[in-house]
Each structure stands twice: as structure tokens, then as C-alpha cells.
Design a protein around this ligand. Structure first.
Ligand code: UD1
Length: 420
């Protein structure tokens, strides 16, 4: 079992390079299934979720050549792919469900394990299924699998997503790219990762146009072409390091991210007292010793991301009054609060609201990570806690943060991985 040990009290200073986006890489990798031609992807982050998606694709027969050194790969999905995404791979990573749309589009059938619940909520896939059925998919669920087929292939349709969902929007856009005729999808999620997926699909030959703020028009195509694509940078990783700079009262230059895509986060941090200077593809974050309290509500993009909710809460523990965080996306995403309270935080949760008393001094503790973003929030608290904190179950962290302890050490943090 691996642990991370963090000794608090260091002001972080220096440069952090942002890795490729995990949440953009996953749907793009799934979307390669559409093409029978070779596709070259670069800037993939070296994290466990990407390995899981690669293993899932390999298990259905993708030929993948990985160049870990320059974080790129070539992928060739010939005509003899299997169409089964097994439980042991989908259970560890919900994004496994993203192979459903492309398998149906190209091979007209798929058997994909249900992702099941996870620590942040039940996370159903009803929207994915309901919307795919409007493209002509018939499905049934048995023994924990979705058995889906579209005997005559997918047929374009006008679909309004009943609720904004990142994954369902992705599955649907990928599937409709190869459906017969035109699809118009409205009430889509518009996270930058979805824009990146659309850019990728267009680069390999899809015909997708944004016709409204949350509406895309897709002219289905039969064949896709060989091409190269560089995945966008990880905005959640960038947001996490912005908070690391702010909480340690440090000064970090965050390199390789367009500040425009994290405007909401920048504005919020500025509002509560953090100094931020933005440049073309980087930003400088300077933490101050006074943080103002705030009321924050998570929301689909361009709102404040749920994936930064745990991290911002740690910063608000240092604010000059009571803050309130309203989690609007997931029903059970406050698992980090109990662990933070063990470190001296004073957070009370009621339903989807957390009340955070400010002005606390974190104390070190032995801690348990519960999900990806919760794990990183414990590291942030550890960075300013008195003493040495140990964080267990860091496999959650390794799912989505590339070389976190190495990046943090480079800017002065006292953090190491312990192998026991
Ligand atoms: C994606 C991100 C995740 C992020 C989330 C919200 C990836 C790989 N993961 O997850 O990091 O936290 O967006 O920004 O990109 N829902 C349903 N039925 C469905 C689908 C979703 O009820 O069929 C609900 C979910 O339970 C949740 C909400 O809709 O309450 C939003 O979920 P969704 O946007 O789909 O999140 P994911 O795509 O799973």
C-alpha cells in the first residue's frame, strides 16, 4: 500500500507545468473507436484512468502503441473489434461507459458493464440510454450489463438532453457523428473537454457545428480519416495548483493553460483575496494571508466545477468568516469533510450544503482518501497543517493527478510517497 506523507508549513514558489486533461483524453480515446484508420494522440496525462481506458480499448481489440516518454500513442481500431466492455474495467472507472456510443455507431451493437455507484453518489446512466434510444438504439439491462443494438445502424435525430450531463453529451455527440442523417442535440454540457472532443472529431472527419450556446448540429458521416490530435490541458489540475499557491501564501506560475477556460475559478479566487496575473498560456497565483469568506455553488460549465469543490473548501477553512458551499451536481460529495474535520476544520454538512467556519489552523493527521478530488483536498490541507500528515488510499489520487508529489516538491513542498 502506498501513502503520501506531507509536512506542512512551506510556502510554495516556482513553476508548475500543467499536464494533458484526463477528462478530455477519456472521451477522445473512446471516440477513436469510430475510425478504422490510425489515430495519433498526444499530451495524454500519465494517470491510472488513462491506463484503464487503454486497457479497455485493448480488451476489445484496439492496437495501441504507446510512447510514454512523449505522452503520445497511436491507436488502430480495425474492423474486427469485440463489442464487450467488461465489468472489471468499467467498475474502476465510470468513463468506461463512453465506449457505448462509438461501439453502437460503428458496429451497431455493444455489451457494456453498468458502471455502478461510487463514493460520490449513485451516478446512473439513464440519460445516456434514453438519448441513445432516440438514435434508434434498443437496449436491455441484465446481469449488470447493458445489451444494446441498432440493427440498421444509428439514425440522426433531434434530441434535448433532459438534464445537463457531461458523459451523456459526449456519448451522444460521438454516436451521432456516425449516425445516418442530421442530429441536433440541445441542452448539451459545454465543458471545455466537450469542445475538445468536438474539435478532435472534426479533425478526423466528423461534421459537427455549434449552432447555439448548448446546441450542436451533427451531419453524420460514414468514414473517418487518419489524423493527429493534441489533447487540451487539465483545467482541474490547474485549479488545484492555484488553490495550493493561495493556501500556502506562495507564488506559483501555472504554465500551459489558457486562463480564459478557468475564468470562473480565477474570478472567485480574486474575489476572496488571491492575487492572480494572467498571461496568454499561463497565470501567476500569489497567496495572501487574508482570505474572505464566500458562498459557492457548483454548477455545469461555465459555473464553478464540482471537481474543485473539495479543494476550495480547504481554502475557505482559512477565510475570515463562515462560508457556504452548495454542491449541486452530486448528491454525496462531502466525504472529505469528515477527514478535514479530523485535521481541525469545522465543517458541518446539511443535505447538499456545507457550512465552513473560517480561521482554523489545520493539524496533521493520518488520513483516508475517498475519491480523486477528496484525496487532493487532504494534500492541500496537509500542506498548511502543523506537522506531518499521512494520506492512505492514494490510488484514488493516482487516477487523475500526474506526478503530483514531484510537481509539488519542485515548488518547495515537503511531500513524499511511502511504499509499505
Ligand atoms: C464528468 C466528469 C467528472 C465531473 C462531472 C461533472 C469525466 C470523465 N468525468 O462526470 O469529473 O465531476 O462530469 O462535471 O469527464 N446523471 C444522471 N443520469 C445520467 C448521467 C448523469 O442522473 O445518465 C447525473 C449524475 O448522477 C450527476 C449529474 O447528472 O448528478 C452530472 O453528471 P455528469 O455530468 O454526467 O458527470 P460524468 O459525465 O459522470
Amino acid at each position: 500500500m502506498q501513502k503520501l506523507e506531507v509536512l506542512g508549513g512551506k510556502k510554495l514558489k516556482g513553476l508548475i507545468q500543467i499536464s494533458g486533461s484526463k477528462n478530455a483524453s477519456l472521451p477522445i480515446l473512446a471516440a477513436t473507436i469510430l475510425s478504422e484508420k490510425k489515430i495519433h494522440l498526444s499530451n495524454l496525462p500519465n494517470v491510472k484512468d488513462i491506463d484503464t481506458m487503454i486497457n479497455l480499448l485493448k480488451s476489445i481489440g484496439s492496437i495501441i502503441k504507446i510512447n510514454k516518454k512523449n505522452k503520445s500513442l497511436s491507436i488502430h481500431n480495425k474492423n474486427n473489434l469485440d463489442f464487450i466492455a467488461p465489468y472489471n474495467l468499467v467498475k474502476t472507472m465510470r468513463a468506461g461507459i463512453l465506449v457505448l456510443g462509438p461501439l453502437l455507431a460503428r458496429f451497431h451493437k455493444a455489451k457494456v458493464s453498468l458502471p455502478g455507484g461510487c463514493s460520490i453518489g449513485t451516478r446512473p446512466i439513464d440519460i445516456h440510454l434514453k438519448c441513445l434510444s432516440k438514435l434508434g438504439v434498443k437496449y436491455n439491462i441484465s446481469n449488470g450489463y447493458v445489451y444494446a443494438s441498432a440493427k440498421k445502424g444509428l439514425i440522426g435525430a433531434k434530441i434535448k438532453l433532459p438534464k445537463i450531463s457531461v458523459g451523456a453529451t459526449e456519448n451522444l455527440i460521438i454516436a451521432a457523428s456516425m449516425a445516418k442523417g442530421i442530429s441536433v442535440l440541445s441542452n448539451c454540457a459545454i465543458e471545455p473537454e466537450i469542445k475538445d472532443l468536438v474539435n478532435f472529431l472534426n479533425k478526423i472527419g466528423a461534421k459537427i457545428r455549434w449552432t447555439g450556446r448548448r446546441t450542436v448540429k451533427i451531419y453524420g458521416v460514414k468514414k473517418f480519416k487518419e489524423n493527429k490530435y493534441k489533447v487540451m490541458p487539465d483545467r482541474i489540475e490547474a485549479g488545484t495548483y492555484m488553490i495550493a499557491a493561495a493556501i500556502t501564501e506562495g507564488n506559483i506560475l501555472i504554465n500551459g493553460i489558457d486562463p480564459k477556460i478557468i475564468k470562473t475559478e480565477i474570478e472567485l479566487l480574486k474575489k476572496i483575496g488571491v492575487t492572480i496575473n494572467t498571461f496568454k498560456d499561463k497565470l501567476e497565483v500569489i497567496g495572501k494571508n487574508k482570505i474572505r469568506n464566500a458562498k459557492i455553488k457548483t454548477a455545469p460549465y461555465p459555473g464553478f466545477p464540482t471537481d474543485l469543490q473539495a479543494q476550495i473548501m480547504v481554502l475557505l477553512c482559512k477565510a475570515n468568516g463562515l462560508s457556504i458551499v452548495n454542491e449541486e451536481i452530486f448528491e454525496n460529495r462531502f466525504m472529505h469533510c469528515a477527514e478535514l474535520n479530523r485535521m481541525g476544520a469545522k465543517i458541518v454538512t446539511k443535505g447538499n450544503k456545507a457550512y465552513i467556519q473560517g480561521d482554523i489552523q489545520f493539524k496533521s493527521a493520518e488520513l483516508m482518501a475517498t475519491d480523486l478530488r477528496a484525496s487532493v483536498s487532504l494534500i492541500l490541507a496537509g500542506l498548511v497543517a502543523k506537522g506531518r500528515s499521512k494520506i492512505n488510499r492514494i490510488y484514488h489520487l493516482d487516477r487523475g493527478y500526474e506526478q503530483i508529489e514531484i510537481k509539488l516538491r519542485k515548488v518547495g513542498a515537503k511531500i513524499k510517497r511511502i511504499y509499505s
